[in-house]
Design a protein around this ligand. Structure first.
Ligand code: SF4
Ligand code: SF4
Length: 310
């Protein structure tokens, strides 16, 4: 092959990779979810991805879980966010985590900071993936009890006791809220307010802000070391979708005749969610942790793994 032909072949191979398509899709979704920056929107989209409505009236790609908490706080049955979760999970499993979530995209970008990532032992991994269910359960417990207290007219002292955690308990500490909403707001405050007053108010007398910044910093640093650590271990969206993922129409299948299982394990090694692909049923698998990034499909040299729908 001549030099020019080889270059064209390499460019074609790079462009037509699934991973390239995924990165482009993630970038487009990131822009869509942050469209307000460009003066676009509001778009009325409610999806189970981690983001934050910067202004409640400007839903530029709404975070279904944030709206679910808000609706429970107002004692309104959250049928729309629930529908977003159930329909997404049934048709796409956790594919939006792999292809559309802005916070997932940020974690993927942070993954490039470190060349070699920290490997979490299987035992620790198996324990840690349960943490996200605790985050989901605690949030739902607070939101549902608030809804009951509003419905029974006893909300006064309960809401007072919860303070800033009452309207959306998870979002009050969410690293995505801090990154996508609080930090831009601080930047604007510093830009337009009296700098001395703004800095004193914001950084000295607001312990909640410090807590939020500490959580966000921890999560972002961890993401640079451990691939998709937030998605694996802490995200309540992930927990809700994981519960429904095994019923998803979307799945993966592994052709046992093409798979050279014994000497390969390329799919297992490339999986960002540490899924034990070779131990799952070959006819169809839709593991709760799978984000359908399709890295395993691309890594398999014998093309044994393919998406399956339904
Ligand atoms: S698990 Fe990750 S990709 Fe999915 S919603 Fe949460 S942050 Fe986003
Ligand atoms: S099993 Fe495949 S598609 Fe699912 S997360 Fe792992 S690499 Fe991605």
């Amino acid at each position: 092959m001549t030099g020019a032909k080889e270059t064209i072949f390499r460019v074609k191979r790079a462009v037509f990779r699934i991973e390239t398509a995924r990165k482009i899709t993630q970038f487009c979704c990131f822009v869509l979810f942050n469209a307000f920056i460009f003066g676009l929107g509001p778009w009325l989209i409610l999806l189970p991805v981690l983001h934050s409505p910067v202004r409640p009236d400007q839903i530029t790609g709404g975070d279904a879980f944030a709206f679910l908490q808000q609706m429970l706080h107002d004692a309104v049955f959250p049928w729309l966010p629930l529908a977003a979760f159930i329909l997404t999970a049934v048709f796409l499993g956790r594919a939006l985590c792999g292809w559309a979530c802005p916070f997932g995209f940020i974690q993927n970008l942070l993954g490039y900071v470190k060349k070699k990532h920290t490997e979490v032992s299987l035992r620790t991994h198996e324990r840690m993936i349960k943490v996200k269910y605790i985050v989901l359960a605690v949030t739902l417990f607070i939101s549902v009890t608030i809804a009951i207290s509003v419905a029974t007219g006893t909300r006064g002292s309960y809401k007072e006791a919860l303070g800033v955690f009452a309207p959306a308990p998870f979002n009050a500490l969410s690293p995505a809220d801090t990154l996508f909403a609080t930090l831009p707001r601080i930047a604007l405050d510093i830009r337009y307010a009296n700098p001395n007053t703004a800095l004193t108010d914001m950084f000295v007398v607001r312990p909640l802000l410090w807590t939020r910044l500490a959580i966000m910093t921890f999560v972002l640093i961890l993401a640079a070391y451990v691939t998709r650590s937030w998605c694996r271990y802490f995200c309540p969206h992930a927990a809700a979708l994981a519960l429904l993922n095994r019923f998803s129409f979307l799945g993966l299948k592994r052709d046992p005749l093409k798979c050279t299982k014994a000497g390969c394990r390329a799919c297992v090694e490339v999986c960002p969610m540490k899924i034990r692909i070779l131990e799952l049923p070959w006819e169809k698998f839709s593991d709760p942790e799978c984000i359908y990034c399709l890295k395993c499909v691309e890594a398999c040299t014998t093309k044994a793994i393919k998406p399956k729908f339904p």
